[in-house]
Design a protein around this ligand. Structure first.
Ligand code: ITT
Length: 196
């Protein structure tokens, strides 16, 4: 069974491709571009919406669809942007616009850094059913950005136990500790079970 990734986010696609031992195909290669309305109020709900939508559109039992709904939460700001991370600076905002809006919000609090965490919900949908697993990465967000690696909010995020941002750290570090990597560890046995 082929694994289809229900994401249009190039950063996620790159990370999944690096972390999966088997081939993963972006849904756009089969279905082209699709606008999926993510109107649930949890990461889990939105991950399920994405995986189910793509699975139904593929109209074949030969696929395992995996999706990722993720975001960053800053407790000092009441948990913002959370599930709204992709549209924090408005509908259709770029990664950079979202990043700089969060940098400004942290700056307005008069601090140089504050606690934050990333959440990832990965949904796995196939003829064998629907599953959702989660992973988290804790650390600090800064009132500035450093480095260009990763994507999204990575240039302002310092993982717990490190002194550099994910924008500065080697890709291998993120692969070993990220919210997405941790959720994928839980997703892999489910995917393997479906492939048997
Ligand atoms: P898909 O729905 O097509 O997968 P998306 O970018 O809209 O793509 P989400 O709705 O899950 O995905 O929004 C996630 C946002 O959270 C993403 O746009 C980033 O801004 C941020 N984010 C999630 N994981 C991240 C990571 O590992 N590093 C940096 N930012 C991340």
């Amino acid at each position: 069974m082929k694994i289809i990734l229900a994401t249009g986010n190039k950063g996620k696609l790159r990370e999944f491709t690096q972390m999966c031992d088997t081939e993963v195909i972006a849904f756009s290669e089969i279905l082209g571009t699709l606008d999926i309305v993510e109107d649930a109020d949890t990461f889990k709900g939105n991950a399920l919406i994405k995986a189910r939508t793509i699975y139904e559109k593929l109209e074949s039992e030969d696929y395992i669809v995996i999706s990722d709904d993720s975001g960053i939460s800053v407790p000092l700001l009441g948990g913002v942007p959370g599930i709204y991370s992709a549209r924090y600076a408005g509908e259709g905002a770029s990664d950079k616009e979202n990043l700089y809006k969060l940098v400004e919000a942290v700056k307005e609090q008069g601090v140089e850094k504050t606690k934050a965490y990333y959440t990832a919900a990965i949904a796995i949908v196939s003829k064998y059913g629907e599953y959702v697993v989660h992973g988290w990465m804790h650390g600090d967000v800064l009132s500035t950005t450093k480095g260009e690696k990763g994507f999204g909010y990575d240039p302002m995020f310092v993982p717990a136990g490190y002194d550099l941002t994910l924008g500065e750290l080697n890709d291998d570090v993120k692969k070993s500790i990220s919210h997405r990597a941790k959720a994928l560890v839980l997703a892999k046995p489910i995917i393997k079970m479906m492939q048997r």
